[in-house]
Ligand binder design. Sequence first.
Ligand code: HEC
Length: 493
Amino acid sequence: MQDTKGDGRADKIVRFGPTKAEGNAGGTGVKIYNGYVYAETNDRIVRYKLPTDGIEPTAAPETVVSGLPLTGDHPMHPFAIDPQGNLYVDLGSATNSCQSQNRMPNVPGNKPCAELATRAGTWRYDANRLDQHFSPAERFVTGLRNGEGISFDSAGRIFAAMHGRDQLGQNWPKLYTLKQNANLPAEELVQLRQGADFGWPECYYDDVQKKLVLAPEYGGDGGKAVGVCAQKEAPVAAFPAHWAPNAMLIYEGSQFPSAYKDGAFIAFHGSWNRAPEPQGGYNVVFQPLVDGKSSGPFVVFADSFAGAIKQPGQAAHRPTGLAVGPDGALYIADDQGGRIWRVTFQGGDKTTGIAPPASPPPFAQASTSGNALPPEGIHPSAGASPLPIPPGALPDQVALGERIFQGQTAGGTCAGCHGTDGKGTAVGSDLTSGKWLWGNGSVKAITRTIAQGVAKPKNHTGAMPPMGGVPLSKADLAAVADYVWAIGHRNTH
Ligand code: HEC
């Protein structure tokens, strides 16, 4: 992208590199270093030489490192490059908590957790060397479930923002209520030092007790027992559970007031699994740091990306990437509405401290978007014909099923994986296509799948726990099955 007129808008946008049709499954890592643009594609990180004129690289890409793992819950490889040319790449865990059956209720953790050899850590490569091959030997830190944002401060310290685990309540109903699950465990900002172990999968961080405690898969008792976690590395700062820190940037620009220097901006993609509490995140926060340590509570720096509804399928925009320009401007990328924002500081006084906004930011839609919402609203069924009703069922039953599906009652988790519109996400299938992976699409078959869950999905990573991981009553199960039947038969009726 290029802003040729200097008015703060990209007026030139060029696409390069392999397309989806050419087998590129995408990737989230991209960095400019030493005259090259580095990018993640499938199992590798490649680099393209930047052209001397124009913005589009013309040379073929060179492979920096290949053979990175691609399976499981976290197949992406975000990375960062320090000024010395060290390339740090995050390899998130393949599973939620290293169970032999991923995300299934009451299943203990594997001992030892073999995936730690190749996953759940940061690996270090040389950004200036070509054709390196992934192996367990280059592991830099471990026990980091999914440390997506990696960034460096002025003293050369390395930080990462980590996604905490899911499903304490859904998988361990005897130890955690769903309300506790909504607020556990904290998301973490950690400092990476060679050899550090942040505790996954044996431990998670409880930000009320301010310590790492044993996970239920490894003998935890609901939050009191500490065990091996006493020897694991605690975070520098903690954030509300399930907010999903997809990017983190230590601000080293010179445009913003000095209080921002060496502190961390974090882009929270937003939660899917805080029911029965409202979903959270969908914002960019700033965590002040001094000498690499937290120097005060985080403040919400930018909000209102989601619009009226903070829900994965219904948010208008979701922050997912951060970068700083040579002039110190902050860029925020969104993967739901396809925007990038540029944030600049216009004030005179660069000594201003960091203070929370005086009043909550208004929940208004920005008017600059080519992406305005339809006037009938953004409810997935707005404007659609009424749902068909399964034979022998009542409309009320389907309506109850919808509330369960959307997590408005009975602790239902379905929308978290299948999307609020039922059209599927990376971790759950499309239930609206009229085609069924499991059974013939009858209410009976759908009921059976929901009750049993799907331990080994055909087309998706992760798994579906029985009842979606919550103890649904017989009546609730029947209602949500009727609703799934209805959204699956909308187009055929
Ligand atoms: C943790 C993620 C997750 C949750 C929560 C979840 N599912 Fe699923 N669901 C899946 C996956 C994964 C599959 C299997 C897809 C595959 O085989 O590739 C699936 C399959 C299904 C199927 C079978 C679809 C077919 O094509 O035959 C139905 C029906 C279904 N889910 C309904 C529900 C309902 C209703 C809920 C809530 C009570 C729910 N799911 C909660 C992940 C989830």
